[in-house]
Design a protein. Structure first.
Length: 202
């Protein structure tokens, strides 16, 4: 059992006994596989298909952003770059950033966004697709949603957060981090290695 599994929640993410609520406090056990999540088909910044099968057996780092975000997203991307550098070339780890404004964040838009920011599409996939499907993936695989959108429409209710989620190869949520803090990303890198070693030892 990882010490970081409890450590990260104790630093402010909430209690381990519950999935995420609207401020990312867990609402259910993070160690339960997200096996009830339906299959999905999305597209990445190279216009390649991206499905749940691309995550099978891999550790992955999930985040949520949109290309026109003027606030937290630029900081989040910069803080995640050392994570990209740490895992580049490894076939058992991948970074995924889901667009929370998929109507405007087309694969071409995501491709330009990534190229301008040094995002390697083989290591860090920026994904988009049908709005309802993106929302279903965010809710079903990461138990993340923002119900505070009210009458502003479905797209406004997709989660937009600085939180970064670490998921193991069995799709179990194993850690949550503040992506705007460099020291949190250092911990994330350490925890990725711990998960990789755990997977290799099976």
């Amino acid at each position: 059992m990882f010490s970081f599994e409890l450590k990260n929640y104790a630093r402010g993410a909430g209690r381990c006994s519950r999935a995420w609520n609207t401020d990312f406090a867990p609402l259910r056990s993070p160690f339960s596989p997200a096996s009830d999540a339906a299959p999905f088909q999305l597209l990445d910044q190279k216009n390649r298909g991206f499905t749940e099968r691309d995550l099978d057996g891999k550790v992955h780092v999930a985040s949520f952003l949109f290309t026109s975000c003027p606030g937290v997203c630029p900081t989040l991307v910069e803080r995640l770059k050392p994570v990209q550098a740490a895992i580049r070339g490894r076939q058992d780890v991948v970074m995924i950033s889901y667009s929370v404004t998929p109507r405007t964040d087309t694969p071409a838009v995501l491709g330009e966004f990534g190229a301008l920011r040094g995002i390697d599409p083989e290591t860090w996939r920026l994904v988009t697709g049908d709005l309802a499907e993106i929302q279903r993936v965010i809710r079903g695989s990461y138990f993340a949603d923002d119900e505070r959108g009210g009458s502003e429409g479905m797209e406004s209710r997709l989660i937009h957060t600085e939180k970064v989620i670490l998921v193991d190869g069995r799709r179990r949520l194993r850690g949550i981090y503040n992506g705007t803090h460099a020291f949190e990303m250092d911990r994330l890198i350490e925890d990725i290695e711990t998960l990789r070693h755990e997977t290799a030892a099976r």
